[in-house]
Design a binder for this molecule. Structure first.
Ligand code: SF4
Ligand code: SF4
Length: 429
């Protein structure tokens, strides 16, 4: 069985901590995990979509997020932090978004950029983009890296539905890097730009982006990794510089519903959680949702506030986002004309680099592949069909496929093994 290099993906599994309970195997929507010798392993690099579900469900804390470590921030002359709007929802009512942006400066970032502003910029451009792309409906958001991977792997026909405007974190990174380079007369490589993220998928969208050549970011730091430092910094006195420019429109992005405020005159849907995302993509694929203009999809339940690397309960975080929307208003204060001018000049568009990623075939030789498919059906007749996961594969079909590929044995199935033992005992008696 090919075990992939863990650094190809946003998660890795600590074998010391893993007890082989198969909870992650059963939860993985991509069937990318197997348990072998009581240890979970990520297999087949083409399968994992970086959804973080395994990270969320592992009771042993054995699944680790591959986000940036402190050492990766060293060596830059200047550091910039780009917090996801989710960060604003992680603290009590006593701390405003501006207090939180200032706290990021207090813990060592030289520059901080309010990514919620770029969210508003994207939605102004998106309204115009919807006019340009009248013949494709519905358009689908591109900002959740796990949804993007799900589409290129499982829904290649929907690639043309994906919006090709840069995602907010990338626009923010481009803007802050340019500003710092000009202000400090620095080369781009001297500037370290880090996203403060609620999920590990953002890291893989930086190291291995889908839909663009390279990221403008240098890494991603988990919200939960800097939470304590931020709490301490929030308690300190500091200056009263204004860093927050966003309204409630940009902040509402944290709970996956920015389209409601950002595209008020369009027919939009906000979908979150892997099961609902899959259902909706199935519907789009079968042509059912052509009356919808835009679908905002997040793989995490509740939107990005439900990311696996946050601290706050997603319901409380969503409530905090609602309060912030009331406080900062449901209309963007950005200059629409200026943004549309940049959009007209294609400054906000991604390069068209979306490519379908077909799953690995059973065999490159067609007749051999057909033979293997028949063999899988034969093995499925023998397996009990209980889908229990006790063999270490998520379904009986996955075990049958692994057996045909020579990566598992029939008696990995505990029911078959028990039968074999019973028969052996009978023979010996
Ligand atoms: S959930 Fe997966 S990684 Fe965590 S202990 Fe169980 S088998 Fe191991
Ligand atoms: S990140 Fe998602 S797709 Fe990848 S192994 Fe974990 S549960 Fe499966």
């Amino acid at each position: 069985m090919k075990i992939i290099n863990p650094y190809e993906h946003s998660i890795t599994i600590d074998e010391e901590l893993c007890v082989g309970c198969v909870i992650c195997t059963l939860a993985c929507p991509a069937k990318a995990i197997r348990v072998k010798d009581e240890k979970a392993k990520l297999i087949k690099s083409g399968l994992c979509i970086d959804c973080g579900e395994c990270l969320r469900v592992c009771p042993q804390n054995a699944v680790k997020a591959m986000t940036s470590r402190e050492s990766e921030m060293q060596g830059f002359t200047v550091l910039a932090a780009l917090p996801s709007p989710v960060l604003y929802s992680q603290f009590g009512e006593m701390y405003s978004p501006n207090d939180i942006l200032l706290a990021l400066k207090k813990i060592g970032f030289d520059y901080v950029y309010d990514v919620a502003v770029s969210v508003e910029e994207v939605f102004i451009a998106l309204n115009e983009y919807l006019n340009r792309k009248k013949n494709v409906r519905p358009l689908i958001s591109n900002f959740c890296p796990a949804v993007a991977r799900l589409i290129i792997k499982n829904y290649p026909d929907l690639i043309e539905h994906i919006v090709q405007i840069e995602v907010p974190r990338e626009l923010s990174a481009r803007a802050i890097r340019k500003k710092i380079a000009e202000e400090q007369n620095l080369e781009f490589d001297d500037i370290g730009v880090f996203h403060i993220t609620p999920c590990a998928a953002k890291m893989i969208s930086i190291t291995n982006p889908v839909g663009s050549e390279r990221s403008n970011l240098d890494g991603a730091i988990a919200i939960r990794d800097i939470y304590l430092s931020l709490i301490n910094a929030l308690k300190e006195d500091g200056d009263d510089e204004i860093l927050q420019r966003s309204s409630g429109v940009g902040i509402s992005w944290a709970k996956g519903s920015a389209s409601k405020l950002g595209l008020p005159n369009r027919r939009t849907l906000s979908i979150n959680g892997i099961k609902d995302v899959v259902k909706v993509l199935d519907d789009v694929e079968s042509g059912k949702l052509r009356d919808i203009d835009y679908i905002e999809c997040s793989i995490c339940p509740g939107g990005c506030v439900g990311g696996p690397l946050v601290i706050q309960n997603k319901h409380i975080a969503a409530r905090r986002v609602e309060t912030l929307i009331e406080q900062y208003g449901s209309k963007s204060r950005l200059n629409t004309e200026q943004i549309l001018k940049r959009f007209e000049m294609d400054f906000l568009l991604t390069k068209n680099l979306w490519e379908a990623q077909a799953p690995d075939p059973l065999d490159t030789d067609l007749s051999r592949a057909l033979e293997m498919m028949n063999k899988i059906e034969e093995i499925l007749e023998i397996l009990p069909g209980k889908q229990c996961g006790a063999c270490g594969a998520p379904t009986c079909h996955s075990l049958a496929e692994d057996i045909v590929k020579g990566e598992a044995k029939l008696n990995d199935c505990v029911f078959i093994r028990n039968k074999e033992l019973e028969n052996a005992l009978k023979r010996n008696n």
